[in-house]
Design a protein around this ligand. Structure first.
Ligand SMILES: Cc1ncc(COP(=O)(O)O)c(C=O)c1O
Ligand SMILES: [Zn+2]
Length: 413
């Protein structure tokens, strides 16, 4: 977008508006998180749906007029965004819905939705004259930053818990990032990453700290709207940890409403693991969000203290969303059910969103003509040991036809 289309960065707590230069990551007055505020009338005067439809770029950069950086990156050939929206009429029928869709964000370059945030963050870092980007991660944000930093020629330093899924840690190292695998949890990695960024005057890709990351994530909402021909779903199920993805999705639909491109805000339903449900717990009571001691196998949504919790809570309540809590068993069985019936392989955190949908359907939450979308945020290939928990041990078959016949004729094939 043109920089004059940005009115500033506004604090969700004290409402003060700040200029984008020098870039304040958080509110200079009270330290809380900031939101980009735009001049939608100015954007409307130079960008139309017809203009968008004529843009051959299928990546997230087709929405550049709503992204707060002045340039599109030189090289967008490693396409971020433009992921499939998969219609699944069989599941819609089973649950008595008019439409059921999966937004398959496993199909981003590094295998998760986080690429949308890394991509816009890297362009922002370039425009601020930085060459090193530091981030904290439960695994996906780091592997995403590592991959895209490699693509765009940046150095990346990633702080992650050493017990993150080994595939995600390997992915980070594979792309040549400097991995700081700490003997502590994500919350500590978060604080250390900020301290390191400040000490060295680097660029921060910390979720729930740098407001531009939600701007990248909101492009998934633009795609859901455009792929539905601007007839947005009634319900969207979203897996939630820090709360940045759901805040970003809200912002995306908020932008489209401001442009008059859609006619309503979908209800955004957060799904959290029982053992890591700080945001969902907070929906039914006033006051600050209370931290938890997170415990779930869904590593990407295992968060003690949600860093974008307040923004997420406001987005959920403003959209009419309802919180769902799912057990690890529900997550694993939803993961397997989704893989077996659709061909999609979601990591546990992403499968949690499907588990939340199944729970909602069981509670007779939907109306007959409802249109539901589930956001699948990361690929199961990054965490095979989690999926194996539900598969049982592998039986080795003697290499003879008679043994194979015998095996396949048994029930437990
Ligand atoms: C696959 C996946 N799903 C969901 C989430 C949760 O996103 P947020 O922490 O922004 O709520 C993450 C975050 O790491 C993730 O990697
Ligand atoms: Zn403030």
């Amino acid at each position: 977008m043109k920089i004059e289309e940005i009115k500033g960065l506004q604090c969700y707590q004290c409402n003060c508006l700040f200029p984008i230069d020098p870039f304040p990551y958080t509110c200079p007055q009270c330290g809380k998180n900031l939101d980009y505020i735009y001049d939608y009338e100015m954007i409307k005067s130079s960008w139309t749906k017809t203009g968008l439809e004529q843009n051959p770029d299928l990546s997230m950069w087709r929405y550049h007029p709503l992204l707060p950086v002045s340039q599109v990156p030189d090289n967008t050939s490693l396409r971020v965004g433009g992921t499939p929206l998969v219609n699944l009429p069989k599941i819609a029928n089973q649950h008595g819905l008019s439409t059921f869709q999966i937004k398959d964000d496993t199909r981003n370059p590094s295998g998760s939705l986080k690429d949308r945030a890394s991509e816009v963050g890297i362009q922002h870092a370039l425009e601020l004259g930085k060459d090193t980007i530091v981030g904290a991660s439960t695994g996906n944000a780091g592997s995403s930053l590592a991959a895209l930093a490699a693509h765009h020629g940046f150095t990346s330093v990633i702080f992650a818990p050493a017990n993150a899924p080994p595939a995600k840690l390997a992915q980070i190292r594979q792309h040549g990032a400097k991995l700081i695998a700490i003997d502590s949890n994500y919350d500590r990695a978060f604080d250390l990453a900020i301290e390191w960024t400040k000490l060295n005057n680097h660029y921060s890709r910390n979720t729930g700290y740098n407001p531009i990351l939600a701007e990248g994530k909101k492009t998934v909402a633009f795609e859901i709207a455009e792929q539905n021909n601007w007839q947005v779903p009634d319900h969207i199920f979203i897996p939630v940890g820090d709360g940045c993805i759901i805040s970003g999705v809200y912002k995306g639909f908020f932008d489209l409403l401001a442009l008059d491109w859609i006619d309503h805000m979908p209800r955004l339903h957060p799904v959290q693991a029982h053992g890591s449900a700080a945001i969902v717990n907070s929906l039914s009571r006033e006051g600050a969000i209370e931290s938890v001691q997170a415990q779930t196998l869904a590593d990407s949504i295992s968060v003690d203290k949600p860093r974008d919790g307040e923004k997420a809570r406001r987005a959920i309540l403003a959209s009419g969303g309802v919180g769902f809590k799912v057990s690890d068993d529900e997550i694993l069985s939803a993961q397997q059910a989704l893989s077996g019936s659709t061909g999609l392989f979601a990591e546990p955190a992403a499968a949690a969103a499907y588990a939340g949908f199944l729970q909602a359907s069981e509670k007779i939450f939907f109306n007959a003509d409802d249109k539901v979308t589930v956001l699948i945020t990361g690929t199961g290939l990054k965490d095979i040991p989690a999926a194996q928990k539900n598969l049982g041990s592998l039986e080795i078959i003697p290499a003879e036809i008679s043994e194979i016949e015998n095996y396949l004729s048994r029930d437990n094939k």
